[in-house]
Design a protein around this ligand. Structure first.
Ligand code: AMP
Length: 385
């Protein structure tokens, strides 16, 4: 019998569904470990397509493209949640897909995700599925205001959600959407102290490890800054890591799982969201850890022992959004920054900046977090002038 955990030899081919920046950085990590990558994405020369060995240009729901991908690859992963589940299951009949299609099925639907968390005893905000006006009326009684309404699927970076502070915020559009049988989740609004996330890595042998938690500051629902180590107690850091491990084990994860959490004013951790892939809040690992989140996933996909996730320094990550290109009179100049010690600019090869579009990120590292934070704020203010 072939061992399930036999290492894939260098030169083996990793398929990645989705060709954005996560697929790009994953491809680059694969190259560094001598593996090949094939990207499936409908846009020719997408960010990951530019740095991979081959791109299949096709829609995500094309069964024939899925078949081509499984024929060309030894293992397949995905870099976003709105992947076509049917295609993913077809691929998994032929070759390994990590994380499993079942994990994707759960994490791509906020109702299934929160129900799963509840079933395994992981803490979340109070929530109710909304599939009818009766459900919505019940949510108003049980959860009350303020309440957040989110579409059950297809939302990311805060898209597809609305904060209802009172009855006055309920508009016809929302009522019509509920009436037309769109599925929503109603959540208690958490007046949290801060947001943190933990990326957990688990291989096929069941070995499990977490990266250091990151404190995440969002602007307009999009991640703006990550701070590592986070400005919370050691007790919270340990609890957050343990919580992420419990969830990853309950899901029988093989791959990466980003677990986003709120730290409430009572020092309680509540899980907000799961992402079974590399995560924006883990970009600091590229310069702040011995093993980056991307290298770790390649090690898992190719059935190698997990890499060391210890912090080598403190890090602040700032996202570079298209706003910087659009709102400034001249293109941002990163050449000088790139030459500075402890400052690492990562650009994603996107030609067309748009408001809110992630174009790149900068990691700033230092011996201590306050120094890294001050430098990051200086860079941020210089770039936006
Ligand atoms: P999500 O799309 O669920 O990741 O939400 C995006 C952001 O909206 C989160 O990072 C939070 O800042 C905020 N948010 C989402 N759900 C809640 C909630 N139940 N209470 C308070 N803030 C929330």
């Amino acid at each position: 019998m072939i061992s399930r955990s036999k290492k894939l030899p260098p030169g083996s081919v990793i398929g990645i569904i989705g060709g954005g920046q996560l697929g790009r950085m994953l491809s680059q990590a694969a190259k560094n470990l001598e593996y090949k990558t094939v990207i499936l994405d409908p846009i020719p020369l997408c960010p990951a397509g530019q740095v991979s060995d081959h791109q299949i240009v096709a829609n995500y729901n094309s069964i024939s493209a899925a078949k081509s991908l499984s024929n060309m690859c030894d293992v397949v992963t995905y870099e976003f949640e709105n992947v076509d589940l049917e295609c993913l299951m077809k691929i998994s009949e032929d070759i390994d897909v990590f994380p499993s299609p079942e994990i994707l099925r759960i994490s791509s639907n906020r109702i299934l995700e929160k129900q799963k968390l509840r079933n395994i005893g992981a803490p979340t905000v109070e929530f109710l599925p909304i599939n009818s006006i009766e459900d919505f009326n019940q949510a108003k009684r049980i959860i009350g205001f303020p309440m957040i309404i989110k579409t059950a699927s297809s939302g990311y970076d805060g898209k597809g959600q609305k904060l209802l502070k009172s009855e006055h915020d309920i508009d016809d559009y929302l009522i019509n959407s509920i009436n037309t049988k769109k599925s929503f989740i109603a959540e208690d609004f958490s007046d949290f102290n801060c947001e943190i996330s933990v990326i957990c890595a688990r291989n096929i042998e069941g070995d499990i490890i977490t990266f250091f938690p990151s404190e995440n500051i969002h602007e307009n629902h999009i991640l703006n800054i990550s701070i590592v180590p986070p400005r919370v107690s050691n007790k919270v850091i340990t609890s957050a890591r343990n919580l992420a491990i419990n969830v990853a084990e309950a899901l029988d994860l093989v791959g990466l799982l980003a677990v986003e959490m709120f730290l409430t004013k009572n020092n309680e951790l509540l899980i907000n969201e799961l992402a079974p892939r590399p995560h924006n809040s883990g970009h600091y690992t590229m310069n702040g850890c011995e093993t980056s989140q991307f290298t770790q996933l390649i090690k898992i996909l190719t059935k190698q022992p997990l890499g060391n996730t210890n912090l080598s320094c403190s890090s602040v990550m700032i996202n570079l959004l298209g706003d910087l290109w659009i709102n400034n009179s001249s293109k941002p100049d990163f050449d000088k920054l790139n030459k500075s010690k402890n400052i690492f600019v990562h650009l994603y090869g996107k030609d067309e900046p748009r408001i809110g579009r992630k174009m790149g990120h900068i990691n700033i590292t230092s011996e201590n977090i306050s120094d890294a934070f001050i430098k990051a704020m200086e860079i941020k203010s210089k770039l936006s002038n």
